[in-house]
Design a protein around this ligand. Structure first.
Ligand code: PSU
Ligand code: MN
Length: 316
């Protein structure tokens, strides 16, 4: 296993934003943020406004944000406002980049929005250990026929980054997602909850592996795992704030309809998740977008606290 603080110097394709580079050099807490949520997960202009608000939230809570993407063939750890604006306005015409796609976007000199998997890859290259997002990809419903399992899960098995999310959307099979993570040695931590949150709702029918109630306790697990050379990351599942949670019946109905449409229209591969996300958003009107924004901000706050606690442990 490579040393955890693999130097950016050894990464000729990576550009580190000056603010991020300064934080890395000064051993300050950092939080990586993904960009598929900007280009493919939310409509413009809310996507750009949210990306900037999330960065501000990370700063307010004592960490430095590093939004990650590929711009003109360069891997970026930390974006300028102009770059975030480009990713937001270009929307789905920007490639959705998972681990598989990274070399093609780099070699072609084009621009791509990174998924959880690709964001983890680039965060780890830069030496960033904490990452906040909305929801992770997982095992899709009907995966026994489609084999559709997000590369996010495999990335969690091999790359040392803690991913703070609001669980996973019920467009996925949450039970199979947990089984897959267990097989690959990826722990799922519930922050102040024994239940796996389901993105728009605070719980699901499934339990997490471990409940931890403080950022400090989560940081101690990260530090123990990586200090002993264990591969891979962890999922930190942070329930949506009570006031923003949505009625389960509303979400369930929208998800069922979106799943029906995806099948009827024969949509598969990397198009499946963006299609389902967009349809659930349309079918639930503005409510789901508001909830989505609130849960990402909530995750940014927790990630900043975890990054701060982790950095203290590393510095000791
Ligand atoms: N789930 C969400 N919002 C998202 C995504 C998933 O609730 O924006 C995005 C993330 O970027 C995630 C990706 O990494 O979709 C997973 O896509 P796929 O299932 O094709 O691996
Ligand atoms: Mn897939």
């Amino acid at each position: 296993m490579k040393p955890l603080n693999a130097s950016a110097v050894t990464q000729p394709y990576l550009d580190i934003h000056p603010e991020v580079a300064q934080a890395l050099a000064g051993h300050q807490p950092l939080v990586a943020l993904e960009s598929t949520i900007i280009s493919h997960g939310m409509p413009y202009p809310q996507n750009v406004a949210t990306a900037l608000r999330v960065e501000a939230e990370v700063r307010q809570h004592g960490a430095v944000p590093a939004t990650i993407a590929i711009v003109n063939g360069r891997l970026k750890a930390g974006l300028t406002e102009a770059e975030i604006e480009i990713l937001g306005t270009s929307g789905r015409s920007v490639s959705k980049v998972s681990r598989r796609d990274i070399p093609f976007i780099v070699a072609g000199g084009t621009t791509g929005a990174t998924t959880v998997a690709a964001t983890m890859v680039i965060a780890a290259m830069a030496g960033i250990r904490v990452f906040a997002t909305g929801g992770i990809g997982g095992v899709h419903r009907g995966a026994q026929h489609s084999f559709d399992v997000s590369a996010d899960l495999q990335e969690l098995a091999q790359t040392p980054v803690a991913v703070v999310c609001a669980g996973a959307k019920s467009i996925l099979d949450l039970g199979l997602t947990l089984e897959y993570l267990e097989t690959h040695g990826v722990p799922v931590v519930g922050y102040c909850t024994p239940w796996l949150p389901a993105f728009f709702t605070r719980d699901s029918a499934f339990k997490v592996d471990y409940q931890l109630d403080t950022a400090q306790a989560i940081a101690e697990v990260m530090h123990a795992k990586w200090s002993m050379g264990l591969h891979g990351g962890l999922v930190v599942a942070n329930p949506i704030p009570e006031a923003s949670a949505m009625p389960r019946a509303v979400i369930d109905a929208a998800v069922e309809q979106a799943l029906h449409e995806v099948q009827a229209q024969g949509i598969g591969g990397k198009e499946s998740t963006p299609f389902l996300l967009a349809r659930v958003c349309e079918l639930t009107g503005g409510d789901s977008l508001t909830a989505n924004i609130e849960l990402v901000l909530n995750n940014a706050r927790l990630a900043a606290a975890i990054a701060s606690a982790y950095q203290c442990l590393v510095r000791q």
